[in-house]
Design a protein around this ligand. Structure first.
Ligand SMILES: *Cc1c(COP(=O)(O)O)cnc(C)c1O
Length: 391
């Protein structure tokens, strides 16, 4: 790429609009760590992604943030849902989603839950194994199924493991089995890896998925559905395109390799809700290991077990706001409050925080609307789970 090509892309760089969240977090008194959700921002992100995705259907990955107000906002926008369990399906149906708008996308389902979902009008399921297809045939006869592919190379900040998907050369045998079992194999799915910051990073994955897609069609499977999964990024400090530009970029990469696909669905989680949330937390202790130590340890009232699980391996790097951000800053190790030594958030790459930071200071964490409240334990060491308020 040369400078001329990359220049226009810069103009499309995404700028978070979290001023209202920040004002609320700064001026409100909380008695425990609290996630504040601005549903206007969820709506704005949805509209941005939708604009870029054209006719593709958005199925929000409910696990990213299942707060009823988030679901309600998305139902009102006409969004569809990707659910992983009976509990998530019940939640979205309660908030007004139609069963036809819900896919049961987990490849590891309980037979009784498949049956319940099918009886309640859910007709689109994921599978990546023989046994799961047998479960589907027994509990959801003649249902539509898409086969999830294991994808190898990823450039995501939060890559997924080998846990999900079948090897590319196993997809056709599974489609064959689905047909023999009376199911309707309608398509394939994959997940490029969470927080994939640029559309170009999808290329390797799309190349390998397209090979399977074309081979399946050549073999006579009437595939109509391509499920491109999640991976849509949020702003954590590194440049990303606007939601519309990003989505359009991914769709262009898809069109180049797949041609005309009757039905495309995307399953954004993080990209829809991360920037719509901000956590208001508090500093519990600032200490040094010795008098001469230059590095401070900053302990918060929130940690890995109360909402910040994505700091695992320091993968997701959150941005912070304190009331002393105009002061001189120094290197800190940031840790949670629990009595588990694994509850250290950032140590390998330290964070720079104001020299005057002290116990009792408010500590605001940006872009925390995704994968925080769901990851919060129910009461490790007696710390309450992350509270959530929608504004
Ligand atoms: C979690 C999940 C998603 C959402 O991923 P993001 O990277 O947050 O967009 C999408 N699809 C499936 C099947 C998932 O499990």
């Amino acid at each position: 790429m040369n400078a001329i090509v990359s220049a226009p892309a810069r103009a499309e760089t995404h700028i978070p609009r979290d001023a209202k969240l920040e004002a609320y977090a700064r001026t409100t008194v909380f008695d425990r760590p609290t996630l504040i959700i601005d549903t206007d921002l969820v709506r704005e992100q949805y509209r941005g992604l939708k604009a870029g995705l054209g006719d593709a259907m958005l199925h929000y990955a409910v696990k990213a943030n299942p707060h009823p107000k988030v679901i309600e906002t998305l139902v009102a926008e006409g969004c569809h849902f990707d659910a992983a369990s009976r509990g998530e399906i019940e939640l979205v149906l309660e908030q007004g989603a139609k069963p036809e708008a819900v896919s049961f996308g987990n490849t590891i389902k309980r037979g009784a839950d498949i049956k319940w979902a099918f009886e309640n009008g859910i007709s689109l399921f994921a599978a990546d194994s023989e046994e799961e297809l047998h479960k589907l045939a027994a509990n959801a006869p003649a249902a539509q199924v898409y086969i999830r592919l294991l994808v190898g190379s990823t450039e995501a900040d939060w890559p997924l493991s080998r846990k999900f998907g079948c090897a590319p050369d196993y997809a056709l045998p599974l489609m064959d089995l689905a047909v023999r079992l009376g199911l309707r194999p309608v398509g394939i799915s994959f997940h490029v890896g969470s927080q994939t910051r640029h559309p170009e990073m999808w290329r390797g994955t799309l190349d390998s998925v397209a090979e399977v897609w074309h081979a399946a069609r050549k073999a006579g499977f009437m595939l109509s559905l391509l499920n491109i999964g999640g991976g849509f990024p949020a702003f954590y400090g590194e440049d990303i395109p606007t939601p519309a530009a990003y989505a359009a970029g991914v769709l262009a990469e898809v069109a180049e390799r797949f041609g005309d696909v009757p039905r495309i669905m995307a399953e954004p989680g993080r990209g829809l809700v991360a920037e719509a949330g901000m956590i208001a937390a508090e500093v519990l202790l600032v200490s040094r290991k010795s008098e001469a130590d230059l590095v401070r340890w900053v302990y918060l009232d929130i940690g890995k077990f109360s909402g910040l699980a994505e700091t695992m391996d320091e993968a997701i790097r959150y941005q912070f706001i304190t009331e002393r951000d105009d002061e001189e800053q120094g290197a800190c190790i940031l840790a949670g409050p629990s009595c588990d030594s694994a509850d250290v958030l950032y140590e390998k790459r330290m964070v720079y925080l104001p020299m005057g930071l002290r116990a009792g200071d408010k500590f605001i964490i940006r872009a925390t609307g995704a994968y925080t409240s769901t990851y919060s334990s129910v009461g490790f060491n007696g710390f309450p789970p992350l509270d959530v308020v929608a504004i």
